[in-house]
Design a protein around this ligand. Structure first.
Ligand code: NAP
Length: 255
């Protein structure tokens, strides 16, 4: 039997990159997938591709920073699609300004990044919590190597703080929801080639080299590299795993 047969999986930020790959991978393993993204068109297109390949997919527009919209979409999903048993909190942004830039920029980065990468995870989780508890579901949060360390390439303190927060939230939820049979884990991707870092890859190959020199596997990751860990954490293969983070970083954190 396929790994996720009879599951309904919600993936945020599923119109692009890692989220899109996870949604497709889950659909290939039998899940009905619900793609949510602030970019409604991208989510709809990704859902169409999944359907055309024989999978089951629906899409809805969702900005994870709006708590009200999260609640409304959770209701729509319950009414139109069914009982959600898997949630992947993937939507996120990155910016590369340090703390010492123009004050407005530093503040704007902090507010946007924390609102999407951390409060967004809270908002969506809260909205789907009832369904996930009823289903003894699984939550997979997308962290980063920056859930543990900052990086030598330019990156904002807000991004590192947000991804540390995602790991902390993962542990807190795992501790609280374990008795309900809900498992909560994270994935820590390394440098993955997606639209998130398209500009920097094109404009500054030296930054990519800094990452790759620090990566034992010696290559950047592809969105598909995150699908295996995401399947593992959402499926019964990880039945006794909760509160953990699976690093998919080419070994970055080992050196
Ligand atoms: P991506 O290709 O830019 O995809 C992120 C998706 O999330 C985009 O469709 C984006 O829409 C959407 N999004 C942005 N703000 C949103 C909001 N407020 N509500 C709902 N959706 C929103 O990025 P990615 O590289 O796949 O990143 C996915 C996750 O992996 C993020 O949490 C990121 O921090 C994490 N991650 C990535 C890497 C990497 O190297 N790529 C490494 C570690 C962790 P728009 O395009 O319209 O903004």
């Amino acid at each position: 039997m396929a790994l996720l047969q009879n599951h309904i999986a919600v993936v945020t930020g599923a119109g692009s990159g890692i989220g899109q790959a996870i949604a497709s991978g889950y659909a290939r393993e039998g899940a009905k997938v619900v793609l949510l993204d602030v970019n409604a068109q991208a989510a709809a297109e990704a859902a169409r591709e999944i359907s055309q390949s024989g999978g089951k997919a629906e899409s809805f527009a969702l900005d994870v920073t709006s708590r009200e919209d999260c609640v409304a979409v959770a209701k729509q999903v319950a009414d139109k699609v069914g009982h959600v048993s898997i949630l992947v909190n993937n939507a996120g942004i990155a910016r590369r300004n340090g703390m010492l830039g123009a004050l407005e920029t530093v503040i704007e980065d902090w507010e946007d990044i924390i609102a999407i990468n951390l409060t967004g995870v809270f908002n969506v989780t809260h909205a789907f919590l009832g369904a996930l508890r009823a289903a003894k579901g699984r939550i997979v949060n997308i962290g980063s190597i920056q859930s543990f360390v900052h990086v030598r390439t330019p990156s904002s303190p807000a991004y590192t703080a947000s991804k540390h927060g995602v790991l902390g939230f993962t542990k807190a939820l795992a501790a609280e929801l374990g008795k309900d049979g809900v498992r909560v884990n994270a994935i820590g991707p390394g440098f993955i080639e997606t639209p998130l870092n398209e500009k920097v890859r094109a404009s500054d190959p030296s930054l990519v080299k800094i990452f790759l020199d620090h990566t034992p596997l010696g290559r950047a990751g592809k969105p598909e590299d995150i699908v295996g860990p995401a399947l593992f954490l959402a499926s019964d293969l990880s039945g006794y795993v909760t509160g953990s983070i699976v690093m998919a970083d080419g070994g970055y954190r080992t050196i």
